[in-house]
Design a protein around this ligand. Sequence first.
Ligand code: BJW
Length: 231
Amino acid sequence: MNIVVLTGAGISAESGLGTFRDVDGLWTKYDLNDVATPEGFARNPELVQDFYNRRRANARRAKPNAAHEALARLEAADGVSLSLVTQNVDDLHEQAGSCNVIHMHGQLARALCGACAHRWDAGEMMAVSDPCPACGRPATRPDVVWFGEMPYHMDRIFALLLAADLFVSIGTSGSVYPAAGFVAEARCSGVETLELNLEPSENHHVFDGGRYGPASEVVPLWVADVLGGAG
Ligand code: BJW
């Protein structure tokens, strides 16, 4: 069975990393226009670097939970081809043992040169004045995708969606495009669709089915069903 899984902040919530749009989410503490747009970065790069330096430090302390571990088991299982697309910038899927993770919104652990687009491993603290190892210019930014920027690996992701037997969305509010549109894209191609989330998302009516509860409970149960042949 060919499965494409999309994960969002909800899968990492029980690992202690905040979501964006829940009642205590990051967007209740920060204005996304200030910290998650190229315009915000141009206005106040220090604020943006501070936001990501704090999140990088939190992410380095975080450990994968039972949901990340269940997806790693699914990837390793015979008879299953799993493509794991994540909107998350943490590395908890990799820490859990997933090998093939597509980070469509980039990674906290990577730096990007705003001048020459060179990428490298980020230190724990990053500053705009850090020189790029390739061109030497001081234009360092986090290698993450902000609003108005093109998410990464889109051609590959759409090709995977069209070839899937099942599309599963886990822990995402379905409010940010293009990821929020994957379910409709999959359905149009006749792919079965399933949502696993704490509660029904904005898009829940587009899915063929849903299972609701904390990811650390719902995801391992779903994986056990797939591996047991129940689908
Ligand atoms: C649990 C749980 C538990 C909690 N267990 N579940 C109008 C229409 C259509 C599009 C647009 C539009 N106006 C503007 C746009 C485009 C814009 C967009 O979508 N804006 C919306 C606000 C409308 N999108 C873009 O600009 C994107 N680029 C783009 O579109 O390029 C053009 C293009 C065109 C065609 C094809 C391709 C491209 C770029 C978007 C970049 C988003 N960047 C961020 C920051 C990344 C770096 C960082 O982490 O700081 O990505 S914003 C933020 O939102 C982050 C996330 O990845 C993303 C999604 O959030 P997510 O993961 O869904 O988190 P939450 O908090 O929203 O939801 C958590 C869920 O978990 C909830 O449902 C909870 O219930 C649940 N949960 N605990 C299970 N224990």
